[in-house]
Design a binder for this molecule. Structure first.
Ligand code: ADP
Ligand code: MG
Length: 256
């Protein structure tokens, strides 16, 4: 579904993505893990052209995204992106957030879009919030609305950029539960996450990114239990010791 070859990206002189080649197949759930500043967000943003790659090729369903003649908005509609910071329209109700895109961009009838929106709000457990405004919702609820809004555009693949890292710890699991539910329904997903247990349980494949490269990839068992590269081993060990600290009783999330 997505084919990336020799993708690189510079910001000025800074080479953020070095030479990324990867394939994402239909129905796969691929997690991207790795230290911050490694280019994970830039990589996702290049896939839907929120950033323009410097070199390389990206094919979405066989369509060359970077070719001049390509209808970029049309290809981009195949991909929904969920951001850390929700990005809901604050002046619109939840219902309007969910129907705006389908009506304006997909040419759906308002009523049809509304019915679909209700269905999606049920899927994310928020049917009763249809007429609320974003600032009346908790962070977890906002993120669930943001996911429903993506789904309203009927994407073929969802890209998640650390969907839970702006949330209170108490709200992480409700968002992960929604993502799990989409996974069960066969949605193709690419997820940048720091939630290692989640990545391990859900993913068909894990990519470990470091310094602008996919340093290692494999099944969750390969990456988490038997990493081969030194960098991967070091990262997994660091995350593991952090996890122990978090689960110990004296962990203080504020001072961390
Ligand atoms: P990650 O998501 O893995 O934390 P990012 O993709 O956000 O990493 O960033 C990778 C590097 O690119 C960082 O050094 C960051 O400062 C830099 N960077 C990201 N976006 C921009 C930008 N728009 N302009 C300049 N530098 C950027
Ligand atoms: Mg990032």
């Amino acid at each position: 579904m997505i084919q990336v070859r020799h993708l690189s990206k510079y910001f000025g002189d800074l080479m953020v993505l070095k030479d990324i080649s990867v394939d994402i197949k239909k129905g796969e759930i691929v997690s991207i893990i790795g230290p911050s500043g490694t280019g994970k967000s830039t990589f996702l943003r290049c896939l839907n052209l929120l950033e323009t790659p410097t070199r390389g090729t990206i094919h979405i369903d066989g369509i060359p995204l970077l070719d001049k003649g390509t209808n970029v908005p049309k290809v981009r509609q195949k991909m929904g992106m969920v951001f850390q910071s929700f990005n809901l329209y604050a002046h619109l109700s939840v219902m309007e957030n969910l129907t705006l895109g389908p009506v304006k961009l997909l040419g759906k009838k308002r009523e049809e879009a509304g019915q679909k929106a209700i269905q999606l709000l049920k899927l994310v457990g928020l049917a009763e919030k249809a007429h609320a405004y974003p600032d009346e919702l908790s962070g977890g609820q906002k993120q669930r609305v943001a996911i429903a809004r993506c789904m309203a555009m009927a994407p073929e693949i969802l890209l998640f950029d650390e969907p839970t890292s702006a949330l209170d710890p108490t709200m992480v699991s409700e968002v992960l539960a929604v993502i799990r539910r989409l996974a069960r329904e066969g949605m193709t997903m690419l997820i940048v996450t720091h939630e290692m247990e989640f990545a391990r349980n859900l993913s068909s494949r894990v990519l470990y990114m470091d310094e602008g490269l996919i340093c290692e990839e494999g099944t969750p068992e390969q990456i988490f239990d038997r990493p081969q590269k030194e960098k991967t081993k070091a990262f997994i060990n660091r995350v593991r010791s952090l996890h122990y600290r978090i689960t110990s009783r004296d962990y203080d999330p504020v001072s961390y």
